[in-house]
Design a protein around this ligand. Sequence first.
Ligand code: FE2
Length: 199
Amino acid sequence: MWTYEKFLEYPVKIKNPNPKMAKIIITQYGGPDGELAASLRYLSQRFSMVTPQAIATLNDIGTEELAHLEIVGAIVHQLVKNASLEEIKEAGLDPYYVDHGRGIYPVSAAGVPFTASYVQSKGDPIVDLTEDLAAEQKARATYEYLINAGDDPDVLEPLKFLREREVVHYQRFGEALRIVQDYLQEPRLFVMPKPDFMK
Ligand SMILES: [Fe+2]
């Protein structure tokens, strides 16, 4: 279970509407390397992970990705909530507008709706953690591209925070992979205890 804190992990206070930026930033909400995919990937992989440390890493990072999903949703919301219809049309966001108004819906920058094929959960600890290392680098690169495309510090600061977290996640998955590789190479004298709900 989770407990919910009524504040964002990083504050978002955007003064100027910018539907052009909203159109591309939404990809980190519902795109292939976005936060929804990340949270579902890690929270699903936990069940078949083999060491308590690696399970805890997936649990912690999967949970934090949900908090990042919330930050990205807040950014997109603040970028479009006061945008005029004219600005929305100029940004090419009108196809999104006719289906979702100024609401938040998980799509990629190209407007492709979220799909579970963005998520992998293979049931093999080495495969899953290797996948996660690549996923974190892809998320980091996407934030990098979004930062390159922007110029408003109100938007760039939360994006930079999110980029930095992907680097930290990558390092933590690297540690988890080393721990799991060591565990799998040990003679099987004992099985590491798992949390009750994952037994
Ligand atoms: Fe991440």
